[in-house]
Design a protein around this ligand. Structure first.
Ligand code: KG4
Ligand code: ZN
Length: 330
């Protein structure tokens, strides 16, 4: 079933066409470069860019797929969580398409779409249940996933998301936005001081990164004159975050006796995190799935794929859907 996916939750305008979990085309415009002078995303600019580019990106994706608009059987759109102004652009656009083509409209949860992206362009069956980790600029969530419409949130960040913490600390140390990408590039295990940042062990499945974020800020005043000081602090900071994500995954897989692990979200593009997940998979006999790097950041293919999956599973009425800016709990 040819499904159109639309994702406009933050600073990417993305449109994709998916059929039977195969991506026929995806076009994405990122407005990230407009935020460099500010060191962080400006929601007002993001929503204006979404509005400016959505039609263009839709036409490009359709042309690249070689399909006609009349071939599209359903439209799936990110409903939230995300920036409300940006979400509204995508939801309105999708509603227009649904009305014009008389096809079902499916509202998709942004975080579930990150996990679903993992199963695209793969022949193997979707394996369930699994422990799901979404690590992005806005969220650090760990789930027990029975199915994509039956998920239990086990834990989440109590303060900053892991991508956000990396972006903020990196910026403080003079890197461009989004700084996490540049920390990934400069990271090396030879710079890591394992004792520099300690994340307190918790009884539950929640994350907290603000303590080490503050510690990283104080380090700057203490150790500035040391050579390679920036690389040592940032590599050690990234190391602490990655190891904390791995630790929570270990805890969840052991507690629930599930060896399937699926990860998604922008932070999963990180080379060290990807390597550590593969190492843990080999050591603990996990079956780990991570999307290819280009499907880690916000993308419409995951939205279309999940829309197709849910439509097939339970059917949806075409109707009104509303964007939401904060997570809805299942
Ligand atoms: O999923 P995403 O594209 O958007 C949100 O839903 O937030 O995630 C964006 C986050 C940003 O914090 C960005 O700096 C981070 O993912 N990110 C990375 C890498 N590439 C993007 N973090 C670590 N290593 C990377 N290579
Ligand atoms: Zn995202």
């Amino acid at each position: 079933m040819l499904t159109l996916g639309i994702e406009t939750s933050c600073d990417e305008t993305s449109v994709a066409l998916v059929n039977k979990r195969k991506i026929l085309a995806q076009a994405t415009f990122s407005s990230v470069r407009f935020y460099r002078p500010y060191g962080g995303i400006i929601p007002e600019i993001a929503s204006r860019k979404q509005f400016k580019f959505i039609s263009l990106i839709f036409r490009k994706a359709l042309k690249d797929s070689g399909c006609r608009s009349s071939d599209i059987k359903a439209v799936a759109v990110t409903q939230g969580p995300g920036l409300i102004g940006s979400l509204m652009v995508g939801v309105q656009f999708a509603q227009g398409i649904s009305l014009a083509l008389k096809i079902p409209l499916i509202g998709i949860d942004h975080l579930k779409a990150h996990l679903f992206a993992t199963f695209l362009n793969r022949k193997e069956k979707i394996f369930l249940p699994f422990i799901g980790l979404v690590a992005s600029g806005g969220h650090t969530n760990i789930y027990l996933v029975y199915d994509f419409d039956k998920m239990e949130l086990l834990g989440e960040t109590l303060d900053d998301a892991c991508g956000e913490a990396l972006d903020k600390v990196g910026r403080f140390y003079g890197l461009d936005y989004p700084a996490a990408v540049y920390i990934d590039k400069l990271f090396s295990l030879k710079f890591v001081d394992r004792g520099m940042f300690k994340i307190k062990k918790r009884q539950d499945f929640n994350f907290s990164f603000s303590g080490i974020k503050t510690a990283a800020v104080y380090k700057k005043t203490q150790e500035q004159r040391q050579p390679s000081f920036q690389k040592i602090v940032l590599s050690s900071f990234q190391y602490a975050i990655v190891e904390n994500l791995i630790l929570l995954l270990q805890k969840a897989t052991e507690t629930f006796k599930i060896k399937n692990v699926v990860c998604g979200g922008g932070v999963l593009a990180n080379r060290f995190l990807r390597r550590r997940l593969q190492q843990e998979a080999a050591k603990r006999e996990w079956r780990v799935l991570i999307p290819p790097r280009e499907l880690c950041s916000d993308n419409a293919a995951g939205v279309a794929g999940l829309g197709e999956y849910l439509e097939k599973k339970r059917g949806f009425n075409s109707g009104e859907i509303e964007p939401y800016s904060v997570s809805k709990r299942d």
